[in-house]
Design a protein around this ligand. Structure first.
Ligand code: CA
Ligand code: CA
Length: 326
């Protein structure tokens, strides 16, 4: 009889080359204890392209623990390591790609975020080469921020609340090659605080298996991410990956327990705002079975148009509406 882990591996129908990454992990969700596979951050990509080959395979509907490196690939070890010392090629390792067995190009992927466990310390940086006020920055600075319970120790006299979320979640795009610090219709560098525990991120897919990759967890970030970083941490994220047959979308959407969010990235914030508004109005119209004008007026009085981030190669906006109104 094979060892138990091998038997489980066979039972899940996993490809042989993923077997060595198979570790049994006990994760407790309330009263329920599950045995989950752990996907190592040693297999990571730095660009999204349809040429990427799968590093891991999961079953449709499988929940896995994804280990993620911090956005500087662990190269910012002290406060003397500055942004200029880090090559852009080392920014935003995204663990994967993970092929979801049975998914076909054109289907919708649902990434359900069950748990985000942040590392013990994070990095915040500012630099004259980074952020919306880059030209005002006289000197680069790096801050190592200790994580203490549900707080980040920002300075001697200031602790800030954590709002852990995943910065990068993307799938292989239809065409082109995009560094993992780019956002787009395929996801990527979303930098959207609502990609957090108990949320579901829906992504359009363009290749068989979706080929999702995950990284760039922030222990904390404000809307806009104005200086260019959140509290950048290594992390372990527990996600369920599945095909969703109900959603229809061309750009990412996020569902929280109480709200729906559209999301759009574009060259300017104006363009991103217009696309995010368009997507949410269309979504409202579909859900309520009403015409465009009715949905547009409802969005105007009850939905919130906000900024995701203003520091990536494309700007990103989001628009949310309470589930109560749908
Ligand atoms: Ca990011
Ligand atoms: Ca980041």
């Amino acid at each position: 009889m094979p060892p138990k882990s091998m038997a489980l591996h066979k039972g899940l129908g996993l490809k042989a080359h993923t077997a060595k990454y198979f570790h049994r992990v006990r994760i407790q969700f309330g009263q329920q204890v599950s045995m989950l596979r752990r996907l190592s951050s040693k297999k990571a990509i730095y660009s999204f392209t349809r040429k990427n080959r799968p590093a891991y395979h999961v079953m449709d509907g499988e929940t896995v623990v994804v280990e993620t490196g911090d956005c500087f690939s662990g190269l910012a070890r002290s406060e003397s390591d500055l942004f200029e010392d880090i090559a852009m090629g080392d920014v935003n390792p995204a663990t994967g790609p993970i092929a979801v067995e049975g998914m076909r190009a054109g289907e919708i992927l649902c990434v359900e975020v069950k748990r985000i466990k942040c590392g013990k310390a994070g990095v915040v940086m500012c630099s004259p080469d980074l952020g919306i006020l880059a030209s005002d920055v006289r000197k680069s600075r790096t801050r190592i921020v200790r994580i203490k319970g549900n707080k980040a120790v920002f300075s001697k006299d200031l602790e800030i609340d954590l709002n852990p979320h995943i910065g990068v979640v993307g799938v292989s795009p239809l065409k082109g090659e995009f560094p993992t610090f780019h956002p787009g219709d395929y996801g990527g560098n979303l930098d959207t605080v609502e990609v957090r525990e108990r949320s579901k991120l829906y992504l359009p897919t363009f290749v068989d298996g979706a080929m999702v990759a995950i990284g760039d967890v922030h222990a904390a970030m404000g809307d806009g991410e104005v200086c260019g970083t959140g509290v950048e941490v290594p992390a372990e994220v527990t996600v369920r990956l599945s095909e969703d047959s109900e959603m229809s979308l061309t750009r990412p959407m996020i569902e929280t327990p109480t709200e729906w969010f559209s999301y759009a990235a574009a060259k300017t914030l104006d363009q991103a705002a217009k696309l995010a508004t368009h997507d949410l109005v269309r979504f409202i119209s579909d859900r309520r079975g009403c015409d465009f004008e009715e949905a547009y007026m409802l969005a105007s009085v009850a939905a919130d148009l906000r900024i995701s981030q203003v520091v990536d190669p494309l700007m990103a906006a989001k628009m949310s509406i309470s589930k109560r109104y749908l």
